[in-house]
Ligand binder design. Sequence first.
Ligand SMILES: *Cc1c(COP(=O)(O)O)cnc(C)c1O
Length: 391
Amino acid sequence: MIPSLLPTYSRTDFAFEKGEGSWLITTDGRRVLDLGAGIAVNALGHAHPALTKALTDQAHKVWHLSNLYQIPQQQALADMLVEHTFADTCFFTNSGTEACELAVKMARKYWYDKGQPERVEIITFSGSFHGRSSAGIAAAGSEKMTKGFGPLLPGFVHLPFGDHDAIAPAITDQTAAILIEPVQGEGGIIPVPDQCLKGLRDLCDQHGILLILDEVQCGVGRTGKLFAHEWAGITPDIMMVAKGIGGGFPLGAVVATEEAASGMTAGTHGSTYGGNPLGCAVGKAVLDIVTEPAFLDDVNRKAGLLRQKLEGLVAAHPDVFTGVRGSGLMLGLTCKAANADVVQAGYAADILTVPAADNTVRLLPPLTITDDEIAEAVGRLETAALAVAGA
Ligand SMILES: *Cc1c(COP(=O)(O)O)cnc(C)c1O
């Protein structure tokens, strides 16, 4: 008999009733160290006082307003994103995959309005993840996500990740844009080297096509910059944001240059809930904290500390791990053992990590994790590694 919850997830038995910073507490009182952060969502940990205040203050005023009206909280968040990024304009969504939908529509409308309606194709890369909507799964294109869900939204050209020479020949007079994650998340925490992001930007400029970055997982301070592409010193034309920006409240955004967004005039797109006052009040509270320069300095310092300790862990357990990769506090342990076994052994040691493709264990701690918690986390991962090695 089908469970009352559609069984699309294989869930563990953990049932959490409360969160405090980097910790989740089960209904029976176990304290579990959270290095998953709801898959990079709880950027400021659980129950951060500034976010709780922003949410509850707003909840006492007004929860929902149609986008038919002015929404000052939305305006404030948009102004902030424009101030702190390459972007000239923002549209708010409730999720990453909705941001993908709009990014695709925006790129196609751009060319349509330019009198080149045949430019509909978007080049994407193997191992990518852009959410579970019809555009999202078609963009990623993997069999795992698309099998059985055809016919797929046409217009995506899939190239092997990391094959530089394949990209230029794939650009034709039907190409609208290139879409890429600066650090692949679900794909196994695989950063695109700065040189390659620069190369992609150059290629887009040469051909006059748009660069769309999916920073849903790697954005909002996760890599130690507000957005990951800043490390490469380039800017995209369109960027997808979600996860961390809401700090746990469902919130996403598409941010874009004036030029790239030029086709999106009144009536071309909309959302009932996108940009609602609750989400935007929380999003602004998140950005108020993450855009303080000292905050990201500390993220970078802690990232160095965690990475150094993880290198030690890998060196001590070559039978379990093969390496560490990633950027900032978006790190992946590549495994020799099965990644699922490592994650499972972590559960037994009261630490949460997240499996990813390419036999990787993802570490996406709250950006507010403390030095002591980093030491504690690596100790618990050591316990997990010993359990896996001894099994
Ligand atoms: C999670 C994720 C998405 C999808 O976001 P949802 O909010 O789950 O729709 C898209 N792109 C990337 C890179 C992601 O990590």
